[in-house]
Design a protein around this ligand. Structure first.
Ligand code: SF4
Length: 286
């Protein structure tokens, strides 16, 4: 052998054989994960725990938004989350509007800690409209971005009192005239309180999971919403958003989603799965 040439050693990971084993989640080492797996996921011992095909391009003819695939996704979401709704505590359209504005860049749990006292202190829209943003700031400080949120809440209250008779409008065009209200907030209020399906709520969870499930290739929330409105039946728009949001909270986390426990696993080709029995598509990432 010529000097300086070192024979290649097999990689510890086994990559020379294209067998990347997700060791921590392999059947032999994760019985508890297997027991908890959704009923659509492969049974213990039957499925290869392989990520050797990670990063493949979709097979020819594969259509991620084929009606039958979308219907299967909706069916499984229904089985997983049959009766979910908005997790923000509220007793009126106004309270839901305020809670949704406060939930930006915050968690629902965090917002739910703040709002009961907030609505005790200021029980009506008019009470909020009488404030300056600075007066509201201490009450919403813990939700983050409190200066902007205070401006939005007080501004929305003033406009509702001045232009809409003190009632939150049940119309998307009017809702979008309120300070701090974009399509996501308007859709939450319309869907959850007024039961009106005017669009699909695209929050951070819907954004990520729609991309992972290849229901959209877009990154802009408005474009994602347009894509979802085309493929999800209108009567499912409200429930679909709630279900996907719950899925994002329970399993399909931004980092380290719990794919081995997910009932959508064998029809999900996300490129950033942590465990897979199907080929993974590198562009399908959250
Ligand atoms: S990325 Fe994982 S957790 Fe998310 S939907 Fe796909 S299989 Fe389920």
């Amino acid at each position: 052998m010529p000097r300086g040439v070192v024979p290649r050693q097999p990689a510890r990971t086994g990559r020379q054989d294209k067998v990347h084993v997700a060791r921590a989640l392999s059947p032999a080492k994760s019985d508890h994960k297997q027991k908890n797996r959704g009923k659509h996921a492969p049974a213990k011992g039957k499925a290869p725990v392989s990520r050797g095909n990670a990063g493949q391009n979709p097979a020819k003819g594969y259509n991620p938004i084929a009606p039958e695939r979308v219907a299967e996704i909706l069916k499984r979401l229904n089985e997983l989350y049959p009766e979910v709704t908005c997790a923000l505590t509220h007793a009126s359209a106004w309270e839901l509007l305020v809670a949704t504005i406060l939930s930006a860049q915050s968690t629902d749990v965090n917002v739910n800690r703040v709002t009961p006292e907030l609505f005790r202190k200021y029980p009506t829209v008019a009470a909020f409209a009488a404030l300056t943003p600075e007066q509201l700031e201490p009450d919403v400080r813990s939700t983050g971005f409190f200066r902007n949120k205070s401006k939005s809440v007080v501004g929305a209250a003033k406009k509702i009192v001045a232009d809409y008779g003190g009632e939150v409008p049940d119309d998307i065009v009017k809702l979008l005239t309120l300070p701090g209200v974009a399509r996501k907030t308007a859709n939450v209020v319309l869907g959850t309180w007024f039961k009106k399906a005017e669009g699909v709520v695209v929050d951070t969870h819907v954004h990520r999971i729609s991309r992972r499930l290849e229901l959209t290739k877009q990154n802009d929330p408005q474009k994602i919403e347009q894509d979802l409105m085309k493929i999800v039946p209108r009567e499912r728009w409200i429930l679909f958003s709630h279900q996907v949001i719950w899925h994002g909270r329970k399993l399909c986390f931004a980092r380290k989603p719990k794919c081995a426990e997910c009932a959508l696993e064998n029809i999900c080709h996300a490129g950033d799965k942590t465990w897979s029995t199907v080929e993974m598509h590198k562009n399908a990432q959250g």
